[in-house]
Design a protein around this ligand. Structure first.
Ligand code: C2E
Ligand code: MG
Ligand code: MG
Ligand code: MG
Length: 289
């Protein structure tokens, strides 16, 4: 009964949009105990080459199921975890679990882990990444750290030093949510990124919306010019995928290609041919396959 009440309580929060101080405090309190109570787990979403349908890796995403609050989405609890500092423990745990998971895969695919600005600016972040790699035995190039553009601007000099330290470990760095927040094109060049992830707000209806299409084409041109692969986030329809394939977008991720789920549901894909069904990707260009 407590559980059902909890869920209702959470719906009440959602219905009231912005969380009030009391509600945030409750979430923060529960969040502090969540790891120890094993309420947090990681789910994984496939990332694939658009021209071949071959899975190149998975993004690790955090999920929190609390008996009082129900399923709390990361868009609600991550900001609270950041303000309260709990993100340092959560982020460290996520990094370790994701590396451990990837180290167990039969093929050397990439695991992408989101990094909060709070982690990025903590003094020992590169050391913690190094430790996670050592403890799990994951090869550094198989770890991709997803960093948002917005987190770079708080202190660009420090961010640059940290990103260089991370690169020297051999890990990959992706710019997440590109095009949102305070974007500056020079960031793409000034920081050592290996990949640009176009935010899903630009992918939505990209096949029908001329403005979205113009932005996506511009980002793809930018990636080509700088020699950086571009991944489109949030592909939900075959037409969106078709558009991106036509524009030679490198990689994709989205509900249409695979929703985030426990790794168990994807293990057969890694085991077999690492390809998402032929029907999903009917337009192979035949080059990179
Ligand atoms: P993100 O890093 O941009 O992650 C992608 C988000 O887009 C995920 O939401 C994913 O479920 C969602 N998504 C993927 N494909 C589609 C699609 O086709 N349609 C739609 N509508 N959504 C799609 P999720 O898992 O709710 O996470 C939201 C955000 O929370 C993430 O955005 C990331 O900023 C943050 N987050 C999640 N896990 C972690 C974590 O372990 N650490 C940190 N620091 N942040 C995390
Ligand atoms: Mg991400
Ligand atoms: Mg992110
Ligand atoms: Mg994103």
């Amino acid at each position: 009964r407590a559980k059902a009440e909890g869920r209702n309580t959470y719906r009440f929060f959602e219905a009231n949009m912005g969380l009030e101080a009391k509600e945030r405090r409750l979430i923060e309190q529960e969040l502090r105990l969540a790891l120890a109570r094993t309420e947090i787990r990681m789910v994984y979403q496939p990332q694939m080459q658009i021209d071949t349908g071959i899975i190149t890796g998975f993004e690790a995403l955090m999920r929190w199921q609390n008996p009082r609050l129900g399923d709390v989405p990361p868009t609600t609890f991550i900001p609270i975890a950041e303000e309260s500092g709990v993100i340092l423990q959560l982020g460290e745990w996520a990094l370790f679990v994701a590396c451990q998971e990837a180290a167990s895969w039969e093929r050397p695919l990439t695991v992408a882990v989101n990094v909060s600005a709070v982690q990025l600016y903590s003094h020992d972040f590169p050391q913690r990444v190094h430790n996670a790699l050592l403890q799990t035995g994951l090869q550094p190039h198989r770890l991709e750290l997803e960093i948002t553009e917005t987190s770079l601007i708080k202190d660009t000099n420090r961010a640059l030093v940290t990103l260089r330290q991370l690169k020297s470990l051999g890990v990959r760095i992706a710019m997440d949510d590109f095009g949102t927040g305070y974007s500056s094109l020079s960031n793409v060049r000034a920081f050592p990124f290996d990949m640009i992830k176009i935010d899903r707000s630009f992918i939505k209806s990209v096949d029908k919306n001329e403005q979205a299409a113009a932005i996506v084409k511009a980002v793809l041109g930018l990636g080509r010019g700088l020699g950086l692969p571009v991944l489109a986030e949030g592909i939900e329809t075959p037409d969106e995928l078709k558009f991106l394939a036509g524009e030679l977008c490198t990689a994709g991720q989205g509900f249409y290609l695979g929703e985030p789920a426990p790794m168990e549901s994807f293990r057969h894909l890694i085991h077999d041919r690492g390809q998402i069904g032929g029907e999903v990707v009917p337009f192979k260009r035949g080059s990179a396959g």
